[in-house]
Design a protein around this ligand. Structure first.
Ligand SMILES: NC(=O)c1ccc[n+]([C@@H]2O[C@H](COP(=O)([O-])OP(=O)(O)OC[C@H]3O[C@@H](n4cnc5c(N)ncnc54)[C@H](O)[C@@H]3O)[C@@H](O)[C@H]2O)c1
Ligand SMILES: O=c1ccn([C@@H]2O[C@H](COP(=O)(O)OP(=O)(O)O[C@H]3O[C@H](CO)[C@H](O)[C@H](O)[C@H]3O)[C@@H](O)[C@H]2O)c(=O)[nH]1
Length: 342
């Protein structure tokens, strides 16, 4: 995609969205961001702009399911492509609130597609998830492996992928790259941006940081009876700046081929809960107490990427290691103990 191009970012104030805003501003893109701030804060944009030393073209508060509101945004800005992050992302919460997850994630995506089509915008990079692979004893996982979602969150992402693939098949002007992220963690090295969830369920890395600085007494490890080397869940952690970079590279490859294509976004290395806990403890020089409880409903034992397809197609691979992920997440926590308090 030639720069400067104008990109609509949905969920731009979120964890991955905000880091991607920095990466795209740094590379000359003009950005229009929309978010309902259900899991983020508008304050994040001033930090994005401070890091990038450039402004976003516009920022809107809206719920993606409001097609009219999205359409109004596309009416006012000549957008070349959409990077679609907005959605709900917590596996455990999705087991308790399945309707909310299907409505937000699938309804938000179809609403966005309608508004895009109305304004002749047909290119999208979509945030999918490795959770679509579900419970499997295969590691690493390639894009050709079957999807077997085990919770409504994963099922909603799989449904979106199927909808997007079908739209691309029936309407060849559409081009979609669906990126199945494994576990994005870490933070911007400046310490200005990071993972700052508003209540609800907290992912493992921000939870480790909460315990390290004493906000919580211990980490609950969800199960130590999985068929993994130490019995705890294994994931493929990838630095959020690598994920942001991958979106910039993806935008350059949207036109490579017709239809929808799916890519894994992971490092290709599995890390257990206890291993991550140990590396995080070493990084911050503190003990991280933990207790073991039952498995979290909807969780799977192990998800590790085969990352070769992205490397082969785009000549790109993640470069930041687990120590950098922990170091940056800890720096963000130390500099922002209250997150983006507003
Ligand atoms: N973080 C992960 O581990 C991970 C892994 C795989 C996939 N993903 C996917 O990547 C995307 C971004 O994840 P994240 O970690 O940045 O999450 P996040 O919650 O930090 O960001 C999502 C953003 O979308 C916004 N949003 C939610 N519902 C909305 C709606 N109806 N209308 C407008 N805005 C809405 C939230 O306020 C938030 O700012 C999500 O789609 C998520 O499912 C995340
Ligand atoms: O307090 C916690 C939090 C998590 N875990 C464990 O740590 C691992 C990682 O859990 P996270 O909640 O950090 O991440 P998930 O893998 O459950 O989910 C995240 O990555 C997925 C892809 O794996 C999804 O896409 C989803 O959006 C995103 O939240 C899992 O084994 C989980 O059981 C704990 O033991 N204790």
């Amino acid at each position: 995609m030639p720069t400067p191009s104008t990109i609509l970012i949905t969920g731009g104030a979120g964890f991955i969205g905000s880091h991607t805003c920095v990466e795209l501003l740094d590379h000359g893109y003009s950005l229009v961001a929309v978010d309902d701030y259900s899991n983020s804060s508008p304050q994040v944009y001033s930090r994005v702009q401070r890091i990038a030393d450039r402004c976003l073209s516009a920022v809107y508060r809206l719920d993606l399911r409001n097609t009219r509101a999205v359409s109004d945004v596309l009416h006012h800005h000549s957008v070349d492509a959409v990077v679609h992050f907005a959605g709900k992302k917590a596996v455990g919460e999705s087991m308790r609130k399945p309707i909310e997850y299907y409505d937000t994630n699938i309804g938000g995506t179809t609403s966005l597609l309608r508004a895009m089509d109305e304004h002749g915008v047909h290119q999208m990079v979509f945030s999918s998830s490795c959770s679509v692979y579900g419970e499997t004893d295969k590691a690493p996982l390639s894009e050709q492996d079957p999807a077997r979602p085990t919770n409504p969150y994963a099922a909603s992402k799989w449904a979106c992928e199927q909808i997007l693939a079908d739209v691309c098949r029936l309407r060849p002007e559409f081009r979609v790259l669906s990126l199945r992220y494994f576990n994005p963690v870490g933070a911007h090295p400046s310490g200005l941006l990071g993972e700052s969830p508003r209540g609800g369920e907290v992912n493992l890395m921000p939870r480790l940081a909460q315990v390290a600085d004493g906000e919580r007494k211990s980490v609950t490890v969800y199960g130590d009876d999985y068929a993994t080397p130490d019995g705890t869940g294994v994931r493929d952690y990838i630095h959020v700046m690598d994920v942001a970079e991958a979106h910039r590279v993806a935008l350059e490859h949207l036109d490579d081929a017709p239809g929808m294509r799916v890519f894994n976004l992971g490092v290709g290395e599995g890390t257990s809960v206890l291993e991550l806990l140990a590396v995080f403890g070493e990084t911050c020089g503190r003990d991280i107490p933990y207790t073991v409880e039952d498995r979290r409903p909807g969780d799977v034992s192990e998800l590790v990427a085969d990352p070769r397809e992205v490397a082969h197609e785009w000549g790109w691979r993640p470069t930041r290691d687990l120590a950098a992920m922990c170091r940056d997440a800890w720096r963000f926590r130390q500099l922002n103990p209250l997150g983006y308090a507003d």
